[in-house]
Ligand binder design. Structure first.
Ligand code: PGA
Length: 263
């Protein structure tokens, strides 16, 4: 089954109003007319309104509705009420966000988010009609101890056990080995493919149909130099990009590489 690749930029805690506007204008110019790859950006939630405005229309007068979708880096499990500082799925939706990152290792680490808590986020996003981008992946110590598959299976099973395998219909998984995030040390295409194949197989054990359609992105030091080779792998359906998503030319190279590899 042909899966349409998704390349998403995770801006993390970077940028300001002017940066958001400029980067989006540059991305629109770089990606004009590109087809065959879904593209999303997740600026800080603070700048969603600015991003939404900057993304509207092509700007050149053509009928291009815009290739770039909006996303967010987090969401709360609660939908309304006395939850100081939190942001609901409906709020994200109101600003046009579609792809919502959950379970990023930085949130698992700095905010002590558990697999079960992340599974709840998965559910509230699905209920709101948004697309969860579920980040999973092992630490360096777990990798060295041969526990990569065990960790990935546990993180996926938290969602399957709570909501059933069908919850992964229309969802995205981002395999991000923690040792590769922000380190410049990407997994090799063969290493990543082996884990992606395991993840798809793990889901296929419950439902082949769900496994066949689920998008599995690779993340962790993806850049303009290593992306093309990663995308040659059959189970790598795109990328979640941190550092390289802050530079329009590099991010555009990654998007074009995905479109070319999966054409
Ligand atoms: P990186 O981050 O591309 O800077 O390694 C990826 C991520 O954390 O999503």
């Amino acid at each position: 089954m042909a899966r349409r690749p998704l390349v998403m930029g995770n801006w993390k805690l970077n940028g300001d109003k002017a940066f958001t506007k400029t980067l989006i204008a540059d991305l629109k110019a770089e990606l004009h007319g590109v087809e065959g790859c879904d593209v999303a950006i997740a600026p800080p939630v603070m700048y969603l309104a600015h991003a939404e405005a900057s993304l509207a229309g092509c700007g050149c007068g053509c009928s291009d509705k815009g290739l770039i979708a909006l996303g967010s880096q987090n969401v709360d499990v609660n939908v309304k009420g006395a939850f100081t500082g939190d942001i609901s799925p409906e709020m994200l939706k109101e600003f046009g966000a579609k792809y919502i990152i959950i379970g990023h290792s930085e949130r698992r680490t700095y905010h002590k988010e558990s697999d079960e808590f992340i599974a709840q986020k998965f559910k509230v996003l699905k209920d709101a009609g948004l697309v969860p981008v579920l980040c999973i992946g092992e630490s360096e110590a777990e990798n060295e101890a041969g526990k990569t598959e065990e960790v990935c299976a546990r993180q996926i099973d938290a969602v399957i056990n709570a909501h059933g395998v069908e919850a992964f219909n229309g969802a995205v998984i981002a395999y991000e080995p923690i040792w590769a995030i922000g380190t410049g040390k990407s997994a090799t295409p063969a290493q990543a493919q082996a884990v992606h194949k395991f993840i798809r197989g793990h889901i296929a054990a419950k439902s082949q149909a769900v496994a066949d359609q689920v998008i599995i992105q690779y993340g962790g030091s993806v850049n303009d130099a290593n992306a093309a080779e990663l995308f040659t792998q059959p189970d790598i359906d795109g990328a979640l990009v941190g550092g390289a998503s802050l530079k329009a030319p590099a991010f555009a190279v990654i998007v074009k590489a995905a479109a070319a590899a999966k054409a």
